[in-house]
Structures are given as C-alpha cells and as structure tokens.
Design a protein around this ligand. Structure first.
Ligand SMILES: *Cc1c(COP(=O)(O)O)cnc(C)c1O
Length: 380
C-alpha cells in the first residue's frame, strides 16, 4: 500500500482503494510530517502544528489532492491546515458562539426555533475545518452512540414536541456514520408522524465525495422528503468527483442546497462567489446561505467586515442568475437565530460591534471591527 503522502492514485490497484470512503477516512493526514510529504509547508503552517491546544487536524487524501503543493494561500489549504492564530481569542469570540449548550434540552439535540431542531449524531468529520463553529467537539453535547439511549431520548422528546416539523442531522458529519447507523436513525425519526422534512448537513460531498455511494443514496432517498445540505466554499471544490456525488443524490430525487461560509482570503471575492454559484447550479445544488463567520474562538483571520460582506452579496444581483444568489446570513451570537443581512437588519453600530434585529425582535451584538483594511474584493 502506498504511503499517505501521495494523494493521487499511482496505479490501478491504488485507484480502487482511493475510491473507497473508508480508505479515505482511515488514511487521513494529521501531522506536519504526513502533510509535509506532499506539500511544501510554510513557516506559518509549521508553526500552527506546534501550538498548544490546537484543534485537531485531519485531511483526507482526496482533499489533499485539491491543494496547491507550494502556495500556502491556496483556498483549500487555508480551510484545513493549522495556523498559530487558531488558538488566539479575537474580540468577542467564544467557544460556543451560538449558545447551543443553552438551547439543548437533552444531549445531542438543539432546539432554537419552534418548528425545527438539530440532532448531533456524529463526532467525526472527514476533514477538520479551521473555521468550524462547533470545533469545541464536546462529546457530552452529542447523541454519541446514536443507536443507544441517546436516540431513544431524542425520539421521545420529538414525539412530545408536536410543533417540530423538521429535523436536521449534523455533528460532526453525519456521513461519517455507516449506512446501517444512518438507516436506523432515519427510520426512528420516521416513526414520529408529525415530522415532515429531514435534512442531512454534510461536507462529505466536498471532502470525501466517494462517501456518496449508491447504497447510501438509497438509504437517504427511502427516508424522504430529505434535503442534503452541503458546504462548498470555493469553485475548486466542485470537482468531477463532487459532481458525481451530487448527481447521484439529485438523480435519486434528493434536493440539494449549499451553505457556504464567507472566509476572508478563501472566497471573499465577488467574481469567485459568482463562479462558485454557477458551478453549484451546474451540479444541481442550489446556493442557500452564505454565512457571515460565527465568532468562534480562533477565527478572526477569516472574518470579513459585515459591510463588505453585504456589498459582496448585493453585487451578485444582476450579474448572476437569481437561482445562484445565496442569502447572506448572520447567526446572532448567543443563539438568537439567523438574520438575513441587509442594511435594514442593522440597527446600530460602533467601531467594534454591529447590532442586528433578530426574527423575534431581539437586539444582538456581533463583533465586527469594520476594519477597512479587511475589505473583500467586491467588483471592479
Ligand atoms: C441553522 C439552524 C437551523 C436551521 O435554520 P434554517 O434557517 O431553517 O436553515 C435550525 N436549528 C438550529 C439550531 C440552527 O442553528
């Protein structure tokens, strides 16, 4: 078997292995030594590996193969390789920026809105994103062994919560679970008669597209109506492999939508976002949200000023099919829900914060330096 450092298949035998999602997960690269075998690591990336308390690093051989081997500004590298600032606390940053712990009536279940809940069914992800807003990865907040008492508790909660119509599977990445486990979870949810739509929120089509097998697709389609929500952040991620995964899901009748995270230096560019949207529409994925970065610990290096974010998205109108225009959403810190960002949502601002009005009328502060040096590349 080849070493983990060589991402692309070298011969027919390897080719078969690299298409196996379990092989991808078991051959993830985690250290400077492993990643340095394929990439010319920068000083900063190397320093990132050295810092204490670094959130875990994991990169599938597939995702590694999308990286530029020499350029540390590569948008794929920026999303997955560590940085010394990953452990720095920027202004207003928290471990749990969306107050999910307080909105959790039982472990693994987040109930913030009247009609929909999130179930955290898996701990692992194929790739550990540096911008993850749940990077705390506290096992006590997970349903954990999803087939055990955790799932039992969640189902009995949902039976009593008759206003809930929608359940979102998240984690971690739900598609790190085996098909049988997913089938069991989805089957249990379908015993609750008032649940209408199920959603699976996953980055697997981006970071490990070979996970989307025919068998998995059948399991998901059998539990429909089920929406698959992906997280493509850059057009480079819409590869032939990703297109195959999305096509398979779409052919099975599973509607697809995408949530991108707006990341400075990765996708904070109007023309690039337009390219991303076009690429997604081409693989039958409808752009849904573009998220203003949550103020999670260690994320400042990616944050864009909200004014620049709004300008970027409003600039898409007219230049791009309306089908390709996502809603710019700011998830109000503390767990007050998502706010569709338009000037009218901003009720006040200081040099360091912007105050937004939520759907329930709460006024919530978001840390926003408005630093003019941090602008996005809007439009020429
Ligand atoms: C984002 C989120 C949802 C889903 O919100 P939509 O606007 O319907 O996509 C539901 N529950 C929680 C806790 C969330 O964070």
């Amino acid at each position: 078997m080849r070493g983990p450092g060589k991402p692309r298949a070298q011969n027919a035998h390897d080719h078969v292995q690299a298409r196996d999602w379990r092989w991808q997960l078991s051959h993830r690269l985690r250290s400077a030594r492993e990643l340095g075998a394929s990439l010319e690591l920068s000083e900063t990336e190397r320093a990132g590996f050295e810092v204490k308390g670094l959130p875990p690093v994991a990169v599938t051989p597939y995702y590694l193969s999308l990286m530029d081997p020499v350029d540390p500004r590569c948008p794929i590298r920026l999303q997955a390789l560590p940085h010394p600032q990953d452990v720095a606390r920027g202004a207003g940053e928290r471990e749990d920026p969306l107050g999910e712990r307080e909105r959790s009536p039982l472990p693994g279940l987040i109930h913030r809105y009247p009609d929909r809940v999130v179930l955290l069914v898996a701990a692992d992800c194929p790739v550990m994103c540096r911008h993850c807003n749940r990077r705390r990865r506290d096992p006590r907040e997970l349903l954990g062994a999803s087939l055990g008492p955790g799932m039992e508790g969640a189902v009995s909660y949902l039976r009593g919560a008759t206003g809930v119509r929608e359940v979102i599977l998240s984690g971690g990445d739900p598609l790190t679970l085996e098909d049988a486990a997913l089938e069991e979870i989805l089957g249990r949810l379908r015993t609750v008669p008032h649940l209408e739509v199920l959603r699976v929120h996953t980055r697997a089509p981006v970071t490990c597209p070979m996970r989307v097998t025919d068998d998995l697709t059948r399991v998901l389609a059998a539990a429909g109506p089920l929406y698959v929500i992906t997280q493509f952040n850059h057009p480079k991620e819409v590869t032939p492999e990703a297109a195959l995964a999305c096509g398979r899901l779409a052919d099975a009748g599973l509607p697809l939508a995408n949530q991108s995270v707006l990341l400075r230096g990765v996708n904070s560019d109007g023309g690039l976002l337009a390219d991303l949207s076009r690429a997604l529409l081409g693989v039958r994925v409808r752009p849904y949200y573009l998220f203003q970065l949550d103020p999670v610990l260690g994320s400042e290096r990616f944050r864009t000023p909200i004014e620049a974010s709004m300008e970027l998205v409003s600039g898409l109108r007219g230049r791009l099919s309306g089908l390709g225009i996502p809603t710019l959403a700011l998830d109000a810190p503390g767990g007050f829900g998502k706010v569709a960002m338009a000037r009218s949502a901003v009720v006040a601002r200081t040099r360091t914060t912007v105050t937004v009005r939520t759907w329930q009328g709460d006024l919530v502060d978001y840390p926003d330096t408005g630093d003019p040096d941090l602008t996005c590349q809007a439009w020429p």
